[in-house]
Design a protein around this ligand. Structure first.
Ligand SMILES: [Zn+2]
Ligand SMILES: [Zn+2]
Length: 298
C-alpha cells in the first residue's frame, strides 16, 4: 500500500483552510516529503503519525515550497533526531548549508544534500524516482515515481511446478509452458505489484499531452493556481488553470488538484469525474495494482 498525504494544498499564498505546498509519499520503509512550505511541521503532526521523515525533495526555490524547511529541520534536532537526513534540491539551491550557518541553525544530525536535475534517478527496491523540468518562472522540477512491477512468489504454489528451471522465469514475470499448459506468474504470486506512476507536477504550465500518454498514471497531483476563466493569466504567470487540468482527465486514472489559488475557490468550478480538489490532510491510499482505494481525511 502506498500512502500519499497532501499536507498543504494552498498556493502561492495560504488561506484559512489551506497551508502551503507539502505532500508525504510513503511506500513501505521509505518516506519522502515533497516540498516543505510554511506550516509543514504543524501539519505533519496533525495529519501524519511520524514526525521524522528521512527524505525531502524541494521542487523549486519559491518560498511557498520551502519556507517551512528550516523550522522543520530545527524542530527535528530539538526533538532528538540523530539519523541522517537526505535533502534533494535543484542546482540553484547550492548555498543551502551556508544558509543554515548564517541563520545559526545547528543540527544534531547530518544532512546529506543532493542537487538533482532531469538526469538524476533514485532507485529503490520497489520504485524509482526521477525528475522532469516544468515550465515555470524559475528552475522547477516535477517528481515522477514509477512503481516497478514485482512478483513475490508463494513457495507452496511453486511446488506444483515440475520443471524447476521455469521458476526463475515466473519470478521475472514471464509466462511459461509446462505440459502444454500456459502458466501465468500471477497465479503463483503471494504478492503482485503492477507498474504505474505517481506524478507530482509542482508549479508550472500544463505538460504536453504526450507526457501523460506515455505512461500509466495512477495518481496525478497537479497544481491549480488559477480559476478556469483566467487561462491566459495563468499562462502569463507560468501556472495552470482548472479548465486545463480537466483536459487531462482521459489520460490519467485520478487527478488531485493541489496548490489551489485563493481565487479558484471563489468560483464554482466544474470538474471531470476523476478530478477533485485535494484538501489539507487528505490521505490517498493506492493499492498494489494502482487503484486509489481510500481518500479519507484522518
Ligand atoms: Zn508555488
Ligand atoms: Zn513557484
Amino acid at each position: 500500500m502506498i500512502d500519499i498525504v497532501t499536507l498543504g494544498t494552498g498556493g502561492p499564498v495560504p488561506t484559512k483552510d489551506r497551508c502551503l505546498s507539502s505532500i508525504v509519499f510513503k511506500f513501505e520503509a521509505e518516506t519522502f516529503l515533497l516540498d516543505c512550505g510554511e506550516n509543514t511541521q504543524q501539519n505533519i503532526q496533525k495529519y501524519y503519525n511520524h514526525f521524522f521523515i528521512d527524505n525531502i525533495i524541494i521542487s523549486h526555490r519559491h518560498l511557498d515550497h520551502f519556507g517551512g524547511l528550516y523550522g522543520y529541520l530545527s524542530t527535528m534536532s530539538l526533538w532528538g533526531r540523530t539519523k541522517k537526513l537526505n535533502i534533494y534540491l535543484p542546482k540553484n539551491f547550492k548555498d543551502f548549508h551556508q544558509n543554515l550557518e548564517s541563520n545559526n541553525i545547528k543540527l544534531k544530525y547530518s544532512v546529506n544534500i543532493i542537487c538533482y536535475d532531469e538526469s538524476t534517478i533514485l532507485k529503490f527496491e520497489k520504485f524509482v524516482i526521477s525528475f522532469f523540468k516544468r515550465e515555470h518562472s524559475i528552475l522547477t522540477y516535477g517528481t515522477s515515481i514509477k512503481i516497478l512491477e514485482k512478483y513475490k512468489m508463494d513457495p507452496e504454489k511453486l511446488k506444483k511446478i515440475k520443471n524447476k528451471q521455469l521458476i526463475s522465469k515466473l519470478q521475472k514475470g514471464i509466462a511459461v509452458i509446462e505440459e502444454d499448459k500456459i502458466l501465468y506468474p500471477i497465479n503463483f504470486a503471494l504478492e503482485y505489484l503492477k507498474e504505474f506512476y505517481i506524478i507530482y507536477s509542482s508549479d508550472g504550465l500544463l505538460m504536453p499531452e504526450s507526457f501523460f500518454k506515455e505512461k500509466k498514471i495512477a495518481v496525478l497531483l497537479h497544481e491549480g493556481t488559477y480559476p478556469s476563466r483566467e487561462v491566459s493569466l495563468a499562462k502569463e504567470h507560468k501556472h495552470t488553470a482548472i479548465s486545463e487540468i480537466n483536459k487531462l482527465s482521459k489520460l490519467v486514472n485520478k487527478i488531485f488538484i493541489i496548490h489551489i489559488g485563493p481565487k479558484v475557490l471563489k468560483y464554482k468550478e466544474k470538474l471531470q469525474e476523476n478530478v477533485s480538489f485535494s484538501e489539507d490532510g487528505l490521505h490517498i491510499i493506492i493499492d498494489n495494482a494502482g487503484n486509489t482505494i481510500i481518500n479519507s481525511k484522518v
